[in-house]
Design a protein around this ligand. Structure first.
Ligand code: NAP
Length: 336
């Protein structure tokens, strides 16, 4: 058995350069071998800055390279399906950044291609690989707060403070909008915590008139056990927080998605409040949740085991996102 997966990177995306390539380079079971860009010069510059052995002037060259075992897809959302399917056809294992697809149809086709070609596929929900998330799951499973009745999940990063209208997040045709970009986490968290799929959703959003995509979003997911309220925004700075209310207490995770984003010091905090108001805080050591994610994925692929976030789960997430999107236009106006 190989000791490490050889990775190819699709694009010179900001997230790849600043966060995920360095995380992969720190990982135990992966090594970055090749980076591909539509522009060879750009790929060469990034390869040289980050110490990557080889650079390619197209994504095709990366997926067709016989020496590459796995690809990391950091493309605009609208290209996730196309390149996941092409990488599957080339026999590569795939870690595709969130959201795995823009539509249910795309996600379904991705899964069909990966199943047909027997390759692993996982969506890059890195927050799942932070020990604080695992602790929350453990607390819920042990009944620490009884049965879950309510989840509140919020993610916002104020990228509109210095508006760059060319940002992929503002391009409708590239799968832009805050629901897919940030709402995908809040939906994922809600589904993870309830351990079920919502039966009904309702939503509202603010479409920025000059950008043409929703820049603020709020929704409610109805589960059989209770409700989740989710919200996200491109023009606020709440970062990523969630809380869970159960029949016997509550759990707060104030940096539940991007611990240390502001300070660049990744750590975590879980606050547990019991039914009598007793409060306990659990702090976590610095960790790189992206590195943990790549290691968990690589280890699964190397050992021919199921990946930690199954593609079927990602499909369910996209189903909820699609339902929320279609619900935005149906919200009723208040008579004033
Ligand atoms: N997990 C996380 O924490 C996290 C954080 C941020 C972003 N993301 C996800 O990562 C992906 C990339 O996000 P990003 O903010 O890093 O994006 P970005 O900096 O804008 O990079 C996107 C890259 O895609 C390539 N690309 C191909 N066709 C393009 C087109 N028509 N327009 C623009 N770029 C095109 C470009 O690479 P080349 O020029 O090299 O071909 C570009 O550098 C998104 O899916 C996003 O949701 C995840």
């Amino acid at each position: 058995m190989k000791e490490r997966l050889k990775w190819g990177i699709l694009s010179t995306a900001a997230i790849a350069q600043n966060v995920t390539i360095p995380a992969l380079q720190e990982s135990t079971y992966g090594q970055v071998e090749l980076i591909g860009s539509r522009d060879l010069e750009k790929a060469r510059n990034v390869a040289s800055a980050l110490g990557i052995k080889r650079a390619a002037g197209s994504y095709e060259e990366v997926i067709e390279d016989p020496d590459i075992d796995a690809v990391y897809i950091a493309l605009p959302n609208s290209l996730h399906a196309e390149w996941t399917i092409r990488a599957a056809e080339a026999g590569k294992a795939i870690l595709c950044d969130k959201p795995i697809a823009v539509t249910v149809d795309e996600a379904t086709r991705e899964i069909e291609a990966c199943t047909k070609h027997s390759v692993s596929l996982m969506e890059g929900f890195m927050y799942r690989f932070h020990p604080q998330t695992k602790r929350v799951q453990e607390l819920l499973a042990s009944g620490a707060i009884g049965q879950v009745r309510d989840v509140r999940a919020h993610l916002s990063v104020n990228i509109m403070r210095e508006l760059d209208p060319t940002n992929i997040r503002y391009q409708k045709g590239l799968g832009g909008g805050v629901l897919l970009d940030m709402g995908c986490y809040t939906v994922n968290i809600s589904r993870m915590i309830f351990g079920q799929e919502p039966v009904r959703v309702t939503a509202t959003g603010h479409v920025d008139p000059s950008l043409g995509v929703e820049t603020r979003f709020a929704g409610v997911l109805e589960f059989t056990g209770g409700f989740a309220s989710v919200s996200c925004s491109f023009d606020a700075d709440g970062q990523g927080a969630y809380s869970v209310v159960g029949t016997e207490g509550m759990i707060d995770v104030p940096r539940g998605i991007l611990p240390g984003l502001g300070s660049r010091v990744p750590e975590g905090l879980v606050i547990i409040v019991d039914a009598n108001g007793g409060r306990r805080e659990e702090m976590f050591h610095q960790t790189n949740q992206y590195r943990n994610m790549f290691d968990a994925f690589s280890e699964a692929v190397l050992n021919d085991k199921p990946v930690p976030i199954l593609p079927g789960d990602s499909l369910k997430n996209v189903k909820v996102l699609e339902a929320l999107k279609s619900s935005i236009s149906k919200s009723a106006a208040v008579a004033v």
